[in-house]
Design a protein around this ligand. Sequence first.
Ligand code: FAD
Ligand code: DLZ
Ligand code: SF4
Length: 512
Amino acid sequence: MTEAVRLGLVLGDQLSFDLASLRALDPARDVLLMAEVEGEARYVPHHPQKIVLIFSAMRHFAEALREQGWRVQYVHLDAPDNSGSIAGELRRWREVFGADEVHLTECGEWRLQQALRESGLPLVWHADRRFLCSRQAFGRWAAGQSQLRMEHFYRGMRKRSGLLVEPDGSPAGGAWNYDSANRKALPRGLRGPFPAHFERDAITQEVIALVRERFRDHYGSVEAFDYPVTHDQAQALWQHFLDFGLAAFGDFQDAMAEGEPFLFHARISAALNIGLLDVRQLCADVDAAYRQGRVPLNAAEGFIRQLIGWREYVHGIYWLRMPEYAQLNAFGNQRALPEFYWTGQTGMRCMSQVIGQTLELGYAHHIQRLMVTGNFALLAGIVPSAICEWYLAVYLDAFDWVELPNTLGMVMHADGGYLGSKPYCASGRYIQRMSDHCGACRYRVERAVEEDACPFNALYWHFLMRHRQPLADNPRLSMIYRGLDAMDSARRDALWQRGESLLARLDAGDAL
Ligand code: FAD
Ligand code: DLZ
Ligand code: SF4
């Protein structure tokens, strides 16, 4: 007697050949389902390039699976009976094939995982092995900590993985973290390497036409789409970074410059998050590049810290704390997201640069997200869910598991310090030190209270005064509060008034 067919689901961010659910199934017996659905394309107004990336990469992956002998049922967005949801497509195709089991790998987002759990389908779940630290292992680590800190987690990950660790168990170079050697501003005249470029084949062109037609209402342009959509292209992007970016990544990790969207960053997050790259291989390559003397330690350690430190840490926190984590709002923020986040039209040069680049490319590097758009949202007291939705929509690499802890926790401190020990609040001086934006700005960064003063300055002090409790009790902010208390009271009042006036202008829809 032949065994009943089983249906395997492959989601748009699960494009890995060694996905756990694929391993559990049999190409000779089972069918894989991949579906482009409105529900996933519209649950936030995704950047059109993000939809192009996912659909094109899905179509390429389906072809590659077929070449490996799999039977793939691929549902196009405009297929006549497309139900518009993943659960709906699973129901439909389970019936068509008479499948008695539906196999799938843990979803990246709580939202979808929950919807599928509630679908009534006969689901067989498989753990997502694409992370070094599983959801369960993170839970066990967290249970043994009085307070979660990335640095402790990261050291454990270094020891367990052996990355940049000497045979005697000590860290390469003698220290676990070279963060302080990652903060140089870009010297005048130095530019990032020429970015890797990817030709659009017929599949990508067809998807671009579809997205142009169907997602006109989403913010962001589709024109500049230039991302890897296959494993080979993703590998080429990675090799390009190893050859031309990594050596300087350490020094200029925090730098920003006009007309330099990528600098020495890898641009791999989107490919990695959808399964076109494997984190273990990336880390092994960086470790080897350091040991072979091709890149300095501050570059190799800085890069590996992002991958096995921050990336795995935020993934663990997300699955430990969802769904209630998404509701947190420790400062009680109530301000709506200013419209200029969707258009880039503001007089603040740093903001218009980062938002403009984001709308054009669906990309901004970490410091742009943290210290420009994120910092402004923190200082202005934007409702966390509104700024989280923005980050989830506009970046090609954005999925809730990684976006939410970064935005709600790291940027907005809305979890009260669960993820990070202090808010990354900063005045315009920080942006001036790390970029060349201020020279071209209508505002004067050295001023704080005048009409033409940089808005970040007064908003920074207003934020600290507004949230004196609980922030003044934070030892990492005590020096700043001492500075505030030592200030002339007329100056403090003027900063408060200027902050009030800027916030009132934002509330009135002024784009500053
Ligand atoms: P590089 O600077 O070259 O870094 C290498 C890799 O390290 C990245 O590709 C990424 O996989 C990993 N990494 C670095 N920092 C982080 C971090 N804080 N959390 C997780 N992984 C990290 N990253 C996403 O992948 N998706 C998101 O939705 C996302 N949202 C963010 C929102 C905010 C508010 C902030 C401050 C950061 C966010 N990040 C997010 C982290 C980081 O900004 C991006 O991973 C990075 O900019 C991607 O560009 P890159 O590949 O050139 O990274
Ligand atoms: C992001 C995305 C988009 C835009 N479209 C689809 C889709 O049509 N089909 C699909 O399987 N996945 C898509 N994705 C990725 C999913 O949103 C992602 O798998 C979940 O958010 C993770 O839980
Ligand atoms: Fe940004 Fe202020 Fe500098 Fe203008 S002056 S670019 S607003 S930090």
